[in-house]
Ligand binder design. Structure first.
Ligand code: UD1
Ligand code: PEP
Length: 417
């Protein structure tokens, strides 16, 4: 096992290139198997989740080639076979195989998903969607068995706005007979990215990015080439890190529109932001105002940036309230930040954060974004080295983190634990 060492206290300076989005990639890779011919994905992030997904497709019989930031998927010989254990348990997004296999073969048996378990992550809305499309769903030894003789389009109203359920239903409904309407759909940019790929593969999807998605099912789908959108969560994390270290950083290869919520919140704190076509410059200040932040569904402030934001809020002059309305208990970073001297109290779905300097400590990343929060906290500490274990979580979502931070002037390295 490795640990991440962070000797902070230096303002981050320079330019960082943002890779393709993890939360798109892990849906686009399974989406590709709805095609009978080769799909090429460009701007692929280099992440452990992506590597595991490529192994999952190979286990199902696909031929997968990786060249740097490109993945070429030939799913022509892929079959639906039961995947109750193994790699499916390593990532949450293995649940997209349910919608994709169901769409292509009318059958899927997939173990209940793993991933970052900051709190229970139900999939009842995914199941409700599959059932509405005419599938029968049962549980067999911890795996879900989903089967349909013929998927038939349906009107589906999601009880909660769910990225995962919206994408999974889009995948299955793309190959259903007739018309599907998803109402109260999630509007995240990653959903638009998946719909763009599916449409390039021959699907007929309209309205992705709004709360009503219309899908006319098609009988077959074909290969195409698609470039993955930039990772707005990675971008937001570097923006937060730049502000926390009072740095001056250009975050490049981004879609500024996807970053409006974090941009506005940083500006409210007193951070200077300059927006360009495909990049954002973040210029920090010695002092920041405290602010209240509410993590909500898109276009609200992303829940995935809530933990990194907690670290930045320790750098303000007052008391901030950081609430998460998507995952009410996503606060596993808090006990670790307390070890670093943070003054935080969790009250219900909110963390009440009082500004004050942090100090170095040995801390543990318990999930991906909690890990990012600890890296940012470590970058603010000038009097010693913060040691972060649980690096495998951080590797799920941050492409070349050590290299990127080093290029920005940070002293960060990995060591064997
Ligand atoms: C809306 C939202 O911000 N979604 C985030 C969520 O997506 P992810 O796809 O994990 O979560 P969902 O969007 O599906 O879930 C949103 C909310 O709905 C609930 N839920 C979901 C599915 C379901 O069947 N039943 C149910 O009750 C969840 O518990 C959660 O409270 O985490 C991802 C990884 O951290 C983020 O990238 C997504 O942006
Ligand atoms: C928790 C995350 O990922 P996943 O839902 O894939 O576990 C995340 O991206 O912050």
């Amino acid at each position: 096992m490795e640990k991440l060492m962070v000797a902070g206290g230096r303002p981050l300076q320079g330019t960082v290139q943002i890779s393709g989005a993890k939360n798109s990639a892990i849906a686009l890779i399974p989406a590709a198997i709805l095609s009978e011919t080769t799909v090429t994905l460009d701007n692929l992030p280099i992440l452990s989740d992506v590597a595991i997904y490529s192994e999952l497709l190979e286990e199902l019989g696909a031929v997968v080639q990786r060249n740097e930031d490109q993945m070429i998927i030939d799913p022509s010989r892929l079959k639906s076979k039961p995947m109750p254990n193994g790699n499916v348990k390593k990532l949450r997004a293995s649940y997209y195989l349910m919608g994709a296999l169901l769409g292509r073969f009318g059958e899927a048996t997939i173990g209940l998903p793993g991933g970052c378990n900051f709190e229970p992550r139900p999939i009842d809305q995914h199941i409700k969607g599959f059932e509405a499309l005419g599938a029968q769903v049962s549980t067999e030894n911890g795996a879900l068995h989903i089967q349909a003789k013929q998927l038939v389009g349906a009107k589906i109203y999601l009880d909660v706005v769910s990225v995962g359920a919206t994408i999974n239903i889009m995948l299955a409904a793309s190959r259903a007979k007739g018309f599907t309407l998803i109402e109260n759909a999630a509007k995240e940019p990653e959903i638009i990215d998946v719909a763009t790929l599916l449409n390039a593969m021959g699907a007929k999807i309209k309205g992705a990015g709004t709360e009503t998605i219309r899908i006319e099912g098609v009988e077959s789908m074909h290969g195409c080439r698609h470039s993955i959108i930039p990772d707005r969560i990675q971008a937001g994390t570097y923006m937060i890190a730049a502000a926390a270290t009072r740095g001056d950083v250009i975050v490049d290869n981004v879609i500024p529109k996807h970053l409006e919520a974090i941009t506005a919140k940083l500006q409210e704190m007193g951070v200077t932001i300059e927006e360009m076509d495909e990049s954002i410059r973040v210029i920090g200040r010695p002092e920041y105002q405290s602010v209240d932040v509410k993590a909500l569904v898109y276009p609200g402030f992303a829940t995935d940036l809530q933990s990194p934001m907690a670290s930045l809020l320790t750098q303000t002059q007052g008391v901030s309230i950081l609430s998460d309305y998507v995952y009410s208990n996503r606060f596993k970073h808090v006990p670790e930040l307390l070890r670093m001297g943070a003054k935080i109290k969790v009250e219900g779905r909110s963390a009440v954060i009082e500004g004050g300097a942090l100090s170095f400590a040995k801390v543990k990343a318990t999930d991906l974004r909690a890990g990012a929060a600890l890296v940012i906290a470590g970058l603010t500490v000038s009097n010693g080295v913060t040691e972060i274990t649980g690096v495998e979580y951080i590797d799920r979502g941050y492409d070349h983190l050590v290299l990127n931070l080093s290029n920005l002037g940070a002293e960060v390295w990995r060591e064997r634990d």
